[in-house]
Design a protein around this ligand. Structure first.
Ligand SMILES: [Zn+2]
Length: 307
């Protein structure tokens, strides 16, 4: 593939590519697939053929969008684009030298941050006053905080696998309304959140599935067992398989747990869409309706705390 061919791929209209990926573009905007988005935070600049999410900071061109959305490397993304748009590439695609290797997530650089939790005043305010999260939940989730060189306070959220190994880190900006709201270290694999809770499941238990970590903390604080998925569009094949191994319906139940799955979908279209998507993987998933004045479980939890 030569420079000329690569340019042909880069020049494919980005909104068309996004739609081909399954994103719904309206007036140069769409729901960002790279974070839990409900307000069409991703916008397209047609003149530059680029995308940018003002919440999570994801940005780039046509090839970046495909790489990130489909989890492909540079060459695979180019092949996908070429196939989808009938662009004929020469065979020597392997000689391509533009590939920037993505470094895998280096857990050893982050583990020590979570050994002893430090919560800044901003983090304590956010967790305990704004969200009324139970301190035991904060300890269980090993939440900690830090302040970057610009003085911006961040909440640092570790992702562990079921065996307790650190697999990813998510940073949440604690300045209200600031962007980007989330940041991920390079290579961090933020798939299903709070997997260690699976080790505590007993027959007859209810397992709640939430969208995003903060609803998960509210459910845990309300005394439930819960895991979170980062966003519907980030649910990978691997995550789906993991959920299926937990399924205790007659067809599933490899763990033979006998527990049931529950969800309070967010009161909006993406929330309901996520429920339907999860129900395909977990046919026994139980739908719980939030009251009309609560947009998500965190809202509902605060209301319960007030009443
Ligand atoms: Zn985003």
């Amino acid at each position: 593939m030569d420079k000329f061919e690569l340019q042909k791929l880069r020049d494919l209209p980005i909104e068309g590519v996004a739609e081909r990926l399954g994103l719904r573009v309206t007036r140069h905007k769409c729901l960002c697939p790279f974070h839990d988005d409900h307000h069409a935070s991703m916008s397209f600049k047609v003149s530059k053929n680029t995308f940018r999410c003002f919440v999570c900071g994801a940005s780039g061109g046509v090839i970046d969008l495909v790489m990130r959305y489909l989890g492909k490397d540079f060459v695979e993304a180019c092949r996908w684009l070429a196939d989808e748009h009938n662009v004929i590439l020469s065979d020597n695609i392997k000689v391509l030298r533009e590939v920037k290797p993505v470094k895998p997530f280096d857990a050893s650089r982050y583990e020590r941050f979570f050994e002893r939790s430090f919560l800044s005043a901003e983090a304590r305010h956010f967790l305990f006053e704004e969200r009324r999260i139970d301190p035991r939940v904060v300890r269980w989730c090993r939440l900690t905080s830090w302040t970057d060189r610009q003085g911006v306070p961040w909440l640092q959220i570790p992702y562990y696998n079921k065996e307790g190994k650190l697999i990813g880190v998510q940073n949440r900006n604690l300045v209200r309304g600031a962007t980007p709201r989330f940041r991920f270290p390079q290579g961090a694999e933020c798939s299903i959140y709070n997997l260690p809770v699976l080790n505590l499941l007993k027959p007859g238990d209810e397992l709640y599935i939430t969208e995003g970590a903060s609803d998960c903390w509210s459910l845990l604080s309300a005394g439930h067992k819960a895991i979170a998925i980062p966003s519907a569009t980030l649910l990978t094949k691997k995550d789906e398989e993991l959920l299926q191994t937990l399924d205790s319906s007659p067809n599933g139940g490899r763990l033979g747990g006998g527990f049931s799955f529950h969800m309070f979908p967010d009161r909006d279209e993406p929330g309901e869409r996520l429920f339907l998507q999860l129900q395909k993987v977990l046919p026994t998933l139980v739908h719980h309706q939030l009251p009309p004045d609560c947009k998500d479980f965190s809202d509902y939890y605060l209301k319960l705390k007030r009443d």
